[in-house]
Write a protein that binds this ligand. Structure first.
Ligand SMILES: [Zn+2]
Ligand SMILES: [Zn+2]
Length: 206
């Protein structure tokens, strides 16, 4: 068995997604589908810069982390670009914001779908503590094929597109730490005994 994908854009993102994510699992492809769905409903391309902002309701925990990698792949919202933020609600959901047009959409996995998914042979093995890359390829592939082929309405709860204004916080000018000499951007420089210091040199936590 192999992975079968008919949608060419989904296929392309999936291939890059596997490379980026590192292993075959159902949550990452689900994130790709969810991100692509959100983007298409908003009528936007993958973010080249900060024109999209992703507020992910995910937190820590394997399933959610894999899911977010897929959403980042499909939307182009990444931690590096600063247009991806985790809200730590520990939910399988996110809000994708079109910063330019000031509108947003929320996508969540349907509870019925999640309940079913936890009964799959793949998830049973995960719950026994087997890492995804150690699960038999036939089982992983069958699970991934299933999540890629289920009808959208069986998997995702999608909001209407609604108005949303998102403003990125302004970055201050660069400062140079008077102890280590390294550059500090934004508001992260601290003043201690009259010296401008980076956080590690200041000894402050925040
Ligand atoms: Zn994964
Ligand atoms: Zn320093």
């Amino acid at each position: 068995m192999a992975i079968e994908i008919k949608d060419p854009e989904l296929q392309e993102i999936f291939e890059h997604g596997i490379f980026f994510h590192g292993h075959l699992c159902p949550a990452m492809p689900l994130g790709i589908r969810a991100g692509l769905l959100a983007r298409r409903r908003l009528g936007v391309e993958r973010a080249k810069s900060k024109e999209l902002m992703l507020l992910s309701e995910t937190g820590t925990g394997h399933l959610m982390q894999c899911f977010l990698d897929g959403v980042m792949m499909a939307t182009g919202c990444t931690y590096g670009k600063g247009n991806c933020q985790k809200l730590y609600y520990n939910k399988m959901a996110f809000i994708l914001i079109d910063v330019v047009e000031e509108k947003a959409i929320r996508v969540a996995l349907k509870p019925e779908f999640i309940r079913q998914a936890f009964k799959s042979p793949f998830m049973e093995r995960r719950q026994q503590g087997i890492p995804p890359e150690m699960i038999e390829p036939e089982i992983a592939e069958a699970t991934v094929n299933r999540v890629l082929s289920l009808p959208e309405e069986d998997v995702f709860k999608v909001s209407d597109v609604y108005s949303y204004r998102y403003v990125y916080s302004q970055e201050g000018p660069p400062e140079f730490c008077q102890s280590c000499g390294e550059v500090v951007f934004g508001s992260k420089a601290r003043v201690k005994k009259g010296k401008i210091l980076c956080l590690p040199c200041s000894g402050y936590k925040d």
